[in-house]
Write a protein that binds this ligand. Structure first.
Ligand SMILES: *[C@@H]1O[C@H](CO)[C@@H](O)[C@H](O)[C@H]1NC(C)=O
Ligand SMILES: *[C@@H]1O[C@H](CO)[C@@H](O)[C@H](O)[C@H]1NC(C)=O
Ligand SMILES: [Zn+2]
Length: 568
């Protein structure tokens, strides 16, 4: 996932709030499970009947499921699986914030070439039956040609790269970060990439290797697309792979996309909720520059450009974006699962969640509840954070220019334009207040004055992702497969466990940001149980994954390929 360490040593830090946002999401779950109690005020008369949004989905049992039991329960298979994942982790495919074009600097990418050789040796049948192409040198594209070429292919993504490990933290790891050590006692495989996301990449290849062993031949083509710089936003890998695929298959030419994302969350005793991510917030950096006049600071104006910029920053911080909670927010589905099936949810909160689809009052109460908590509120509004400030160079010289950067994560119902306009609105107000001119992207709506002007620009703009459907065949097959893998597979011998399928959203972006044109049906999901302790290690010290969780991810890919072929 595109999230970064708080104390990123490599400079540009896109990740602070992403990481907080992800923790926030997990905190939703923990809070709902009753570790913290929230009271939503009662009072209004509620209307409307209760609408269930977390009903039990029928498991979709594939006719062809030759190796599902083997994958989930066979000791030999597990041993060899763990070994494959472990070896993948041992190849340190670290990626930095700024990376050269692969063709220009093979040395920089030596570990990636080694990784490719490892894949060839480890998955011989994949490399025999599937066509492998390299896009921009290192992007890996595998195509398993289906018997019916007119059907849209299904596409699985993952990324080869991992976030670097800070040398200063190496000795804080229980086992070294590139050891791939397997600890039988805890069932954990250790190392950078064990959870993000060599696990998924290896699971996809392993599921297909097994299907080939089993003599399976898909009707529908299966494509694997592995970028190599997801952790620096994918400009060299995913961007090229997606363009290549759009060129080959056309707009809307893919059946569905599965990429890294969320997993299965334990939210209460015996209660699990699988949560594919069906939406991502947008992103934009707004750059504000206050252009003033220089001069000797013995005869200063009332306000220097630093003073004017500071006033604007205060105004921006004092006027946050309003919360905007609609029931199409994927988070609502997760909340509904908790409301319907967790016994520990506060009564009033449960009532408002269940009534929200029909009652405006309940929706408002829920919005109030979500926005009153720092861990939830950023999932239902656009955020604004001033992350860079520059002004002045010398104690006795007036600062001619002061500039700052405001980073935004855009609410799923908003847009880049609306976000930039909101900042510009306040910037223009401040320009008027101090007698400055005002421009957006160099276009003046107030001419420059003798004091100067304020200029607003933006960069790195990414609209919120389209919300993926949850009521069409592609979703039904996905949800039914998840239900089957867990209900009839992972939890087959446990009568005390229930699993429901919901959705959620992410404040960060995966490589799918480049793939929107290929299909509406983008689901970011790894079929692994994500408990709080392993979750917290992603991008951090002690990254690790339960081997059993890796096996369920393999079983899911195996079954999903078959189920799509049998049902669509
Ligand atoms: C990593 O795990 C070890 C062993 O459990 C523990 O002592 C250490 O504190 C952990 N490091 C961090 C940063 O959590
Ligand atoms: C998607 O299609 C639109 C319209 O043709 C195009 O402008 C855009 O660049 C495409 N997006 C990507 C990520 O390629
Ligand atoms: Zn990732």
């Amino acid at each position: 996932m595109g999230i970064r360490l708080e104390d990123d040593w490599s400079g540009r830090n896109r990740g602070g709030s992403l990481r907080r946002g992800l923790y926030g999401l997990l905190a939703v779950v923990l809070a709902l499970a009753g570790t913290v109690l929230y009271v939503v005020r009662q009072g209004e008369v509620l209307s409307g009947e209760q609408v269930s949004r977390c009903g039990k989905i029928e498991p979709l049992v594939p006719k062809f499921k030759k190796s599902v039991d083997l994958i989930l329960h066979d000791a030999e298979f597990k041993k060899s699986s763990v070994e494959k994942l472990s070896k993948a982790i041992q190849i340190a495919t670290e990626i930095w914030d700024v990376n050269p074009e692969p063709a220009d600097d093979p040395e920089w990418y030596a570990h990636f070439y080694e990784f490719h050789r490892f894949l060839e040796q480890t998955f011989p049948l994949v490399h025999e039956k599937l066509r492998r192409e390299k896009v921009n040198e290192l992007g890996l594209l595998y195509t398993w040609e289906g018997s019916e070429p007119d059907l849209k292919p299904m596409l699985f993504m993952a990324h080869q790269d991992v976030v670097p490990v800070n040398k200063k933290t190496w000795d804080e790891w229980e086992y070294p970060p590139f050891s791939g050590h397997y600890d039988e006692k805890t069932d954990l495989v250790w190392g950078r990439g064990s959870n993000d996301c060599k696990n998924l990449l290896i699971a996809e290849l392993e599921a297909i290797e097994q299907l080939v062993i089993d003599g399976y031949r898909p009707r529908r083509s299966v494509i694997l697309s592995f970028g190599f710089d997801e952790e620096s936003s994918g400009p060299l890998g995913a961007r090229h792979l997606a363009a290549f695929l759009e060129d080959r298959y056309g707009k809307d030419g893919i059946f569905s996309i599965i990429d890294e994302g969320f997993g299965v969350l334990p939210i209460d005793e015996g209660l699990f909720v699988a949560s594919p991510i069906t939406a991502e917030k947008g992103y934009v950096d707004v750059i504000v520059t206050v252009n003033g006049k220089g001069g000797h600071s013995s005869v200063p104006p009332d306000h220097t450009t630093i003073g004017v910029a500071s006033d604007l920053i205060t105004v921006l911080e004092d006027n946050p974006f309003s919360p905007d909670f609609e029931i199409d927010n994927p988070l609502f589905s997760l909340l509904t699962c908790a409301a319907e099936h967790s016994s520990r949810l506060p009564k009033d909160l449960r009532k408002h969640i269940l009534r929200a689809p029909k009652s405006k009052t309940s929706r408002k109460m829920l919005e109030k509840f979500l926005s009153s908590d720092i861990r939830f509120r950023d999932l239902i509004r656009t955020t604004r954070a001033v992350d860079v400030f520059n002004g002045g160079i010398k104690a006795n010289a007036l600062p001619e220019v002061s500039t700052f950067v405001v980073n935004h994560r855009i609410d799923i119902h908003s847009s880049v334009e609306e976000t930039v306009a909101a900042d510009a609105h306040f910037a223009k107000k401040i320009a008027k207040k101090y007698g400055y001119g005002f421009a957006i992207n160099g276009e003046f709506s107030i001419p420059e004055t003798e004091l100067g002007y304020i200029d607003v620009k933006f960069s790195e703009a990414l609209e919120p992702a389209p919300i993926s459907p949850t009521s069409d065949p592609a979703w039904n097959i996905l949800a039914g497969t998840i239900q089957d893998v867990f209900e009839n597979g992972v939890f087959a011998n446990r009568d005390d466990v229930e699993l429901y399928v919901s959705t959620t959203l992410m404040p960060a972006n995966t490589d799918t940001r480049y793939y929107w044109n290929l299909t509406k049906n983008i689901y970011r999901f790894v079929a692994s149980i994500l408990d709080a302790s392993t979750f917290e290690t992603i991008h951090s010290v002690n990254e690790s994954i339960k081997a059993s969780s890796h096996l369920s991810a393999i079983a899911f890919i195996y079954e999903y390929i078959v189920n799509v072929n049998e049902n669509a």
